[in-house]
Design a protein around this ligand. Structure first.
Ligand code: MG
Length: 246
């Protein structure tokens, strides 16, 4: 664990961390919503007669809706979707998601957020989701954890993950932070790539069906298998960010 933190500092030619914020992805980290996303994407594409590959929506996780739709369109029709097609398909996917999503939070997520706040660190949310009433729902399940000032959603960015823009905006919303003043908690390969590209130390929580190696290859410095598992290690991680120097 300590070695991973030292590796990061050496790579960035920094002496130490100066941790101020913890940036959370939403789906698959705070909410157990990925099975419902996967199912609703698959059904939407089936209804449109567009083929898709097993597990591919887990690999696309984090992309903006239009970007995912364009990948499927390119493979099936050798062109991007028009804005009208993309809106219609994304609306159908959203409708199905609302039907299938249980709304369950990820076990251990609340405890991790509580610990972050207890340590005086600012929780920031960075999600590719563009769902309406996101904030109301978050505030219901994680009261007081996030405000509009500490959230980056699909409406705040031009370029979605794997582009670093969402996390660069997250650093700004964290209080104009430098990359070594935050850590990221992500579950998806493209989210990890985006966070690493933004220069931030990135912890993966592998809550889905993909093998760990995909998350490591995307650049995650640590991989945990649940938020509960991460919650057990978090006190040590946060203590070490204050202690390690190179
Ligand atoms: Mg996610």
């Amino acid at each position: 664990m300590k070695k991973r933190l030292i590796d990061y500092l050496q790579l960035k030619q920094l002496k130490r961390f100066d941790l101020k914020a913890v940036i959370f992805d939403m789906d698959g980290v705070l909410y157990d919503s990925m099975p419902a996303h996967d199912r609703s994407w698959q059904q939407t594409m089936d209804e449109c007669g567009l083929t898709h590959e097993p597990g591919e929506f887990y690999l696309h996780e984090g992309r903006l809706g239009k970007a995912t739709i364009d990948i499927i369109f390119q493979r099936n029709l050798q062109r991007d979707a028009t804005e009208e097609e993309a809106q219609r398909i994304y609306a159908r996917k959203t409708e199905l998601f609302q039907q299938y999503n249980s709304g369950a939070t990820m076990p251990g997520a609340k405890e991790v957020l509580d610990y972050v706040k207890e340590k005086g660190l600012k929780p920031v949310l960075v999600t590719g989701s563009g769902q309406p009433s996101l904030l109301e729902r978050l505030d219901l399940h994680f009261p007081g954890a996030f405000t509009p000032d500490t959230m980056v959603t699909a409406f705040d960015v031009v370029n979605g993950k794997p582009h670093p823009e969402p996390f660069l905006k997250g650093l700004i919303k964290g209080g104009n932070l430098k990359p070594h003043q935050a850590i990221v908690i992500e579950n998806a390969p493209l989210g990890i790539k985006a966070a690493v590209e933004a220069g931030i130390f990135t912890i993966a929580v592998n809550t889905g069906p993909l093998p760990d190696v995909i998350l490591r290859e995307a650049g995650a410095s640590m991989v945990f298998h649940s938020m509960e598992h991460l919650g057990k290690a978090l006190p040590d991680i946060i203590r070490l960010t204050a202690e390690v120097t190179v």
